[in-house]
Design a protein around this ligand. Structure first.
Ligand code: ADP
Ligand code: MG
Length: 259
């Protein structure tokens, strides 16, 4: 037996299916995201990108297939080949390790920036206020907002709020970060600062699954580009190769509209 047993991928989806009533939204998604790598997920509106991310983060439950994060089945326990729903407590534990950033920042409007960032580490991780504040200050300076610690969200631009949302997610020390169109609600001139923070995070080794249509980011930062349409993965591969020579007609059609 090898001492260096191969490490399981950070995200491993095998034939993941999800329906809402009669509407089948995910029709057998299979993909992997390796530790320390970045995957960008693209595809037309309604193709199931958000639903897939939501399944990874326990916001939806998969109906069939296997979805694993760091080797652990998400939301279920497997015993004797059968799946049993996980207790809410175990699900919450899994969820703590996964950070998510949405299109809309969802900061608490009546709390300062630093209060937003320290809340979860204190409540969920039991960090002392001093410890949480020290770490939050460090994270805020990493996202370029050290001077805004005592501001309220409404006093910040959309791009600054999104960077606070990233700092807030990072404060939980996640092993995986999910981003669902983090820049698509922003004015164009604010997009770059958010992408720069995400690029730094990728360079620091964070595993990231990013729904985005920022193809410059995908080309430069992603290790893998996944094109989804109609609840299926149509094509995945090296971003540069895929952007230059998409193999499938649907990928070609989609990219030609984007670029
Ligand atoms: P994308 O993020 O690629 O635009 P979504 O995952 O948001 O796609 O949505 C895929 C499909 O699933 C859409 O048809 C959407 O209307 C449907 N859908 C998403 N969430 C729900 C829900 N909670 N209930 C019913 N239908 C949903
Ligand atoms: Mg979406």
């Amino acid at each position: 037996m090898s001492v260096d047993a191969p490490r399981s991928p950070m995200v491993q989806a095998e034939n993941v299916c999800k329906s809402f009533g009669a509407l089948q939204v995910l029709k057998g998604i299979s993909l992997q995201v390796q530790h320390g790598s970045v995957a960008c997920l693209i595809g037309p509106s309604g193709s199931g990108k958000s639903t897939f991310l939501r399944c990874v983060n326990h916001l939806e439950k998969v109906n069939a297939g296997r979805l694993r994060v760091d080797g652990e089945l998400i939301g279920y326990r497997e015993r004797g080949g059968k799946l049993y729903e996980m207790s809410p407590r175990d699900a919450a534990k899994q969820r703590r390790d996964i950070g998510m950033v949405f299109q809309h920042f969802n900061l608490f409007p009546h709390r300062t920036v630093i209060a937003n960032v320290i809340e979860a580490p204190m409540l969920v991780k039991g960090q002392s206020r001093d410890e949480a504040v020290a770490r939050a200050e460090d994270l805020l300076s990493k996202v370029g907002l050290a001077s805004k610690a005592d501001a309220y969200p409404a006093q910040l631009s959309g791009g600054q709020q999104q960077r606070v949302a990233i700092a807030r997610a990072l404060a939980m020390e996640p092993k995986l970060m999910l981003f669902d169109e983090p820049t698509s609600a922003l004015d164009p001139e604010l997009v770059g600062d958010v992408l720069a923070v995400m690029r730094d995070l990728a360079q620091a080794g964070m595993t990231m699954l990013v729904v985005t249509h920022e193809m410059g980011f995908a080309r430069e930062v992603a290790d893998q580009l996944v094109f989804m349409a109609d609840g299926k993965v149509v094509e995945r591969g090296n971003p540069r190769e895929m952007l230059e020579r998409p193999q499938h007609e649907r990928t070609q059609a989609f990219l030609s509209k984007l670029l």
